[in-house]
Ligand binder design. Structure first.
Ligand code: GDP
Length: 445
């Protein structure tokens, strides 16, 4: 749905999260790239601009840049801001279909997927909400379109208003209302005529229909692949006939997806559903947080950050940070780290939540670096004396033998562990030296 945008943003955030320390300039530079990515995805200029501004404001504060995971924090801010843009203020709206028979007016350009969407929604209402639905096609210019709705109705088991040749759209709408009332239907859906472009004749007709039907919902169907055009179409329809919600179709394609991001901000109208294929059940309720997750295409980094905050006890984290800053990283520290990993659900789960790490998690498993390996490493550390843990340099051949035997393992495994601890100690030393701007300056708050 948002592959290109996802890829672009993924690249930006990969670099951000790999970079330990972040300056405000780093954030600003990254946001410039985000802006370009949004524009390339056909997000409208004003939306892209406001988006980047909002994120930058939140992300350049010291609470973010000086935290121990600044990159991740920025990603979370972007994620939350995406949800805001996609959803607007307030909770997602439900379709108003109380007071039977509730009229739903379906409007949109020809070829947008209007007829298909009408049938998909009718099926949904019937299957999920046990509503009795009647559908009527008002496209008198295109008998084939009227036939199409009848065929789809049969396919999904929803009644359609019998076609009476020679009637105009308003007459059909009146007859649909009558039939829906007499027939005890909960909902009747009016599939209006579409044109290739917005023109006055079309708008006049839709207005006339609207005035007799007095719809509870006027759903505009727009082709999500058309990007900003979709947003322009929505603005015009809203101005002329008043739209209560938008259905974006063809979101299964690899389009640029910008329409979804601009729609709410530009038109003020909520996206209610997205069409994700040609089949009759290929429609989904629009869920801003899920879409934001997909756009970021990064597993669930937000869940990861939240989890990390939950697990890491602040006090302990602060104590650790102080030690690391001084370049101190002994076996006790390593054991702490390993235990944190296990607490967070182990390597697989952590990597699975990180951008682009799904594959690495599998590789790590293949290389034997999985939860079991972590537990073995902890067992080795437990087999050391207090003194040895505090000062691993003490470990000579005889001590190594004793420790490995104590844990029921080979000395070679202990050597690997020592190597790892040395590498981490070196890294910590370097990071500690980065001083004030360094990522270790302040513990997670
Ligand atoms: P209308 O002229 O607006 O009524 O458009 P139709 O409902 O006839 O749809 C036009 C074409 O788009 C049909 O071939 C549909 O199967 C297809 N279509 C509609 N919605 C979607 C969607 O969400 N995804 C995909 N891939 N195709 C769709």
């Amino acid at each position: 749905m948002f592959e290109n945008l996802s890829d672009r943003l993924g690249g930006v955030f990969d670099r951000l999260t790999k970079q330990g320390a972040l300056t405000e300039d780093d954030v600003t530079a990254a946001m410039r790239e985000v802006r370009v990515a949004l524009l390339e995805a056909d997000v409208s200029l004003s939306v892209a601009r406001n988006f980047v501004k909002a994120v930058t404001q939140k992300a350049t504060g010291s609470a973010v840049t000086k935290s121990i995971t600044p990159g991740q924090q920025v990603v979370k801010i972007v994620h939350d801001e995406l949800i805001k843009v996609l959803q607007g203020e307030g909770a997602p709206d439900q379709l108003r279909i109380d007071n039977p028979p509730a009229p739903i007016l379906m409007v949109g350009l020809q070829g947008s997927g209007k007829t298909t969407t009408t049938a998909k929604l009718a099926k949904r209402l019937k299957d999920r909400e046990k509503k009795r639905v009647l559908m009527a096609s008002l496209d008198t210019n295109r008998p084939a379109a009227m036939e199409q709705l009848a065929i789809l109705g049969q396919q999904v088991g929803v009644d359609t208003l019998p076609i009476v040749p020679g009637e105009n759209a308003v007459q059909i709408a009146k007859r649909a209302k009558q039939q829906a009332t007499l027939g005890g239907y909960d909902v009747y859906m009016l599939d209006t005529a579409g044109r290739l472009h917005i023109d006055e004749v079309l708008m006049d007709e839709v207005q006339a229909v609207r005035d007799v039907a007095n719809p509870r919902e006027t759903l505009l169907v727009v082709d999500g692949l058309t990007g900003q055009d979709a947003v322009n179409v929505a603005s015009e329809f809203d101005e002329k006939v008043g739209v209560s919600g938008v259905v974006l179709t063809r979101m299964d394609g690899d389009g640029r997806g910008g329409a979804a991001l601009s729609m709410r901000a530009v038109t003020g109208k909520p996206i209610r559903f997205v069409g994700v294929g040609e089949k009759m059940d290929a429609i989904e309720v629009f869920d801003a947080s899920r879409v934001a997750g997909r756009i970021l295409g990064m597993g669930d980094i937000v869940a990861l950050v939240e989890k990390a905050q939950e697990v890491l006890e602040v006090e302990q984290a602060e104590r650790m940070m102080k030690r690391f800053q001084k370049g101190m990283f002994n076996m006790n520290d390593l054991r702490n780290q390993l235990e944190q990993m296990l607490k967070m659900g182990g390597m697989q789960s952590i990597m699975g939540m990180m951008p682009g790490m799904g594959k690495m998690a599998k590789q790590a498993e293949a290389a034997g670096f999985d939860d079991k390996a972590i537990k073995r490493q902890i067992a080795l550390i437990n087999s050391m004396t207090k003194k040895e843990r505090a000062n691993p340099d003490l470990l000579q051949a005889s001590r190594k033998k004793r420790i490995a035997a104590g844990a029921g393992m080979e000395v070679s495994e202990l050597n690997k562990l020592l190597k790892m601890q040395k590498q981490m100690a070196d890294t910590m030393k370097k990071l500690g030296k980065m001083g004030k701007g360094g990522m270790l300056k302040q513990a997670m708050r």
